[in-house]
Design a protein around this ligand. Structure first.
Ligand SMILES: [Fe+2]
Length: 282
């Protein structure tokens, strides 16, 4: 069996077939898969009947587990979180704003793995926005401005007790196991333009989902800028819309992409299992 890579028709993303991920993943195979992943930014492996231990082994082979704050984890697997929504759930769809996972950490995760278990027949695509392409296509004045900005990241709006996924949300019947905390108010600064330490490419890192403002600018100036950049960061021609299948594993690079969830599957259960891949440095 040899690995086949098929690119999507969008700006990023590829499908990888000709491999069974239940096998032990050698150092050489992991390096080959990582190289494909770095090039295409998000890769999907269809038809992989993985159990939770297989998903863990894959994550360890591709870089090891990253920190995963504010998520509860499934029984017996402390590094796997369930991305779940019940057919009759009325809460807002989780993570509908473009973001980079846990970008407020000093060393955010390099990647995220998501494995499809219960997939509705319609809706629920995950959108990936290529931030390397965004950076390269920014008008000169915006690129210069982006280069000079230091962003203040925080999980406060999402995961503090009074945040979007805080105590009120927990009472409203969300099936995901989210653990809001005062710790979500911590802040960490990262440059808005991030140079990927493995590819050397520059990208806009994170968005108004986790960026509260910019160092040296007022709240009003920051919000105006964040909205202006968000419009560009989420432009349709920079997006790959990924359609899910049961037994499909997807792995994306948080350093070169933003991603967002979509709804459109009310009346159907949906369940995916998620792990994060650690990074060695920012
Ligand atoms: Fe996410």
């Amino acid at each position: 069996m040899s690995i086949e890579v098929r690119e999507t028709n969008a700006c990023c993303g590829a499908f990888i077939t000709g491999i069974d991920l239940r096998q032990d993943i050698s150092v050489d195979l992991a390096a080959e898969l990582r190289a494909i992943w770095l090039k295409h930014k998000v890769v999907a492996f269809p038809d992989q009947a993985l159990n939770n231990s297989d998903l863990e082994r894959f994550t360890v082979a591709l870089g090891g587990f990253g920190e995963d704050p504010f998520f509860g984890h499934i029984d017996g697997h402390e590094n796997i979180a369930a991305i779940a929504r019940k057919a009759n759930e009325k809460t807002p769809v989780f993570a509908e704003f473009f973001h980079s996972d846990w970008s407020f950490l000093p060393v955010p995760p390099a990647g995220t793995c998501l494995f499809g278990i219960t997939i509705p027949p319609t809706g629920g695509n995950t959108l990936f926005a290529d931030q390397v392409a965004v950076y390269e296509h920014l008008p000169d004045d915006m690129r210069k401005q982006a280069d000079s900005l230091m962003a203040i990241h925080s999980a406060e709006r999402g995961y503090s007790p009074d945040g979007l996924y805080g105590e009120d949300d927990q009472k409203s019947g969300r099936s995901m196991n989210i653990i809001p905390s005062e710790r979500a108010r911590d802040k960490y600064n990262h440059p808005f333009v991030r140079e990927h330490h493995e590819t050397g490419k520059k990208a806009l890192f994170s968005s108004l989902a986790y960026i509260q403002g910019f160092v040296g600018l007022s709240e009003e100036e920051s919000q105006e800028l964040l909205l202006k950049f968000y419009k560009f960061q989420s432009r349709e021609d920079f997006i790959y819309s990924h359609k899910w299948e049961k037994n499909m594993l997807v792995m994306w690079d948080n350093r070169s992409l933003l991603h967002a969830a979509t709804g459109g599957y009310d009346g159907y259960d949906r369940l995916l299992h998620r792990t994060t891949i650690a990074d060695s440095r920012f």
